[in-house]
Write a protein that binds this ligand. Structure first.
Ligand code: NAP
Length: 259
């Protein structure tokens, strides 16, 4: 399917690897010129080079912490204006609800809620002026079904979800489509790290922890960054113009609900 976005300009945050990279690759395959970001200079530069070479689009790397004002300023300077924005950042650490203090909550809310809102506030007005835009916020399955040990994530992402529910409907009439994409378990470094924690807690190997988690997914395996990126690119396509303010769950059927 031709997604109709060749020649558009996109920003993908937190994209040197994992889900962000999956989104960047799928957009590049559709012909989108990109600015991509992550903190580690060598990694983001290498990823940008690989994507540019593979898909023949322009890919500008920006090494910056997207959860800070300075980091976002650096990224926004490189982008100028964007037609497509994919918001992403690392997830907060796991823990127990009794342990988190105000600073922990502020850090999580900055990272997984306010950073995305700040980038939408910076880039969506230009999209509205030009009459076309697409925003995908990477959130989590935890928005629909809480993961207790990821309470910081549950909290911050629920806030972003509430914001998007209202804002997406305010901008839809100007041709800007804003949605959230909710990963279940996808085989990235983040998922492997969580397997490591589960293995330690249960006194089993990481392989056994993964096997147990895979058995809990009706599709029988973890998702991939490619699965995720393809859905992201579709949400950025011309064809997605009528999908407004939705929370699209990509979890292999893990969440046992009817709707
Ligand atoms: P990942 O494989 O660990 O990749 C994270 C990427 O984000 C890396 O490129 C990392 O590079 C970059 N990054 C992290 N913090 C950043 C920051 N402050 N500023 C800029 N870049 C940053 O993680 P992932 O699995 O793709 O997860 C992406 C998001 O989806 C996370 O928020 C995660 O919690 C959420 N999620 C993932 C899953 C899953 O199964 N994978 C499930 C639910 C939710 P640097 O470290 O060099 O900055």
């Amino acid at each position: 399917m031709d997604l109709g976005i060749k020649g558009k300009r996109g920003l993908v945050c937190a994209a040197s690897k994992g889900l962000g990279r999956g989104c960047a690759e799928a957009l590049a395959e559709a012909g989108v010129d990109l600015v991509i970001n992550s903190r580690t200079e060598a990694d983001i530069t290498r990823t940008a080079g690989e994507i540019a070479e593979k898909y023949g689009v322009s890919v500008t790397p920006v090494a910056a912490d997207i959860t800070t004002d300075e980091g976002r300023a650096k990224v926004l300077e490189a982008v100028g204006q964007a037609d497509i924005l994919v918001n992403n950042a690392g997830g907060p650490p796991p823990g127990n609800w009794t342990d988190w203090n105000r600073d922990d909550f502020i850090k999580a809310i900055d990272g997984n809620m306010l950073s995305a809102i700040a980038l939408m506030q910076a880039l969506v007005p230009g999209m509205m002026d030009r009459g076309w835009g697409r925003v995908v916020n990477i959130t989590s399955q935890s928005v629909r079904s809480p993961i207790a040990v990821l309470g910081l994530s549950n909290t911050a992402r629920a806030g972003l979800t509430g914001f998007v529910a209202g804002m997406s409907r305010q901008v839809a009439g100007s041709g800007v489509v804003v949605n959230n994409l909710l990963p279940g378990i996808h085989a990235t470094d983040r998922a492997t790290g969580l397997d490591g924690g589960a293995a330690k807690a249960a006194g089993i190997s990481v392989e056994e922890a993964r096997k147990r988690r895979e058995a809990s997914i009706p599709a029988g395996t973890y998702g991939t960054a490619e699965d995720f990126g393809a859905t992201c690119a579709f949400l950025c396509s011309q064809q997605a113009r009528f999908i407004i303010g939705q929370n699209i769950l990509l979890d292999g059927g893990a969440l046992n609900v009817t709707i």
